[in-house]
Design a protein around this ligand. Sequence first.
Ligand SMILES: Cc1cc2nc3c(=O)[nH]c(=O)nc-3n(C[C@H](O)[C@H](O)[C@H](O)COP(=O)(O)OP(=O)(O)OC[C@H]3O[C@@H](n4cnc5c(N)ncnc54)[C@H](O)[C@@H]3O)c2cc1C
Length: 389
Amino acid sequence: MHDINPKSELHGDIRKAVRQLCGDFGSHYWQSLEEHSGYPEAFVDALTQSGWLSVLIPEDYGGGGASLTEASVVLEEINRSGGNSGACHAQMYTMGTLLRHGSEEQKQKYLPLIASGELRLQSFAVTEPTTGTDTTKTRTFAERRGDRYVVNGQKVWISRVQHSDLMLLLARTTPFEDVEKKTDGLSVFLVDLRDAERKGLTVRPIKNMVNHETNEIFFDDFEIPAKNLIGEEGRGFRYILDGMNVERILIAAECIGDGYWFVDKARHYANERVVFDRPIGQNQGIQFPIAQAYAHVRAADLMRYEAAELFETNQPCGTEANLAKLLAADASWEAANVCLQTHGGYGFAVEYDVERKFRETRLYQVAPISTNLILSYLGQHVLEMPRSF
Ligand SMILES: Cc1cc2nc3c(=O)[nH]c(=O)nc-3n(C[C@H](O)[C@H](O)[C@H](O)COP(=O)(O)OP(=O)(O)OC[C@H]3O[C@@H](n4cnc5c(N)ncnc54)[C@H](O)[C@@H]3O)c2cc1C
């Protein structure tokens, strides 16, 4: 059967190479990891060694120097192949904060080691239990004491801490009550996780519905050298926002990869499964929802390319990045649901991978930003309706 992605020749070399690598990590690999909640070490190592996780790092720092579109194609192909980029995607967008706002010394020290795979920067600590999406109310506090900051507080849902060497941390450095603008007084730090547990960081894993390593973390007089502050103290919220467009475009690409995977899986099954003496795909009740899901994946795909192109040409892309994430997450979720329904009872069987991918793609309705928050951004900032919060 032909490829249903009309852009499958675009960046063909990247797609071909990533597909080939993913071919070594098939269904059985992902299924067996689920059995013991394992982290895909071998897969992440292979991706790193082939340079795919560092494509966005400039060549001067040992990376691939690729465009955002090319990076998005890498993640799309991983998910399109049946894998899950969620195990390692953060490395692509967290390093952007270091690249754009870090000092030359920080960049020279860390980026080449991240590019070579000697260090992993896979963790990004923003969310807190009491403040949730209301990030400016962040309570974790970093107090400057001489040549160090002393951190106290708590974060939740912080992914890959146990499989990362470095973590970006967003913390308050000026109390909320003392700032003029609520977005002021937040700072970003690069935290070395390698001996952090000895120094006052407690990590508690959270069991969850996907095979995703994520944790509650607690800082108890945890010290960070002042030289690990990224950029200027108090401007961290802007730095984080800067990286969010990239994050949204990359996550949109993953959802699009999922979407094509689900549609493909559904159409194959619909053509093969015979009930009442005909392929179930002959029934329009089965065929039309698959066609509809496909149309939505294709439409979201266009928005991903538009957003990435605006970013690459240094034009404002906040609206398009949000639209791409929203449309792609909705399209992949619709495709997941249709694929599961098409498979009937077999959709629930682990060996078909549908139930695993169904759970995995559901996450993107909630993280890294929930659908409602994108809708409120569009309502307020694009459509100029009243502010709701
Ligand atoms: C598996 C997993 C991995 C994650 N990894 C990370 C990570 O590595 N680092 C990190 O920092 N975070 C991570 N997160 C956290 C994720 O970004 C948050 O869960 C998400 O941003 C939502 O925040 P919350 O859970 O606190 O929801 P809340 O803010 O409590 O919101 C709950 C619901 O209410 C809705 N809501 C809230 N306020 C409004 C409003 N004003 N109007 C309309 N609706 C509203 C939200 O849309 C949401 O649906 C992860 C989460 C999960 C589940």
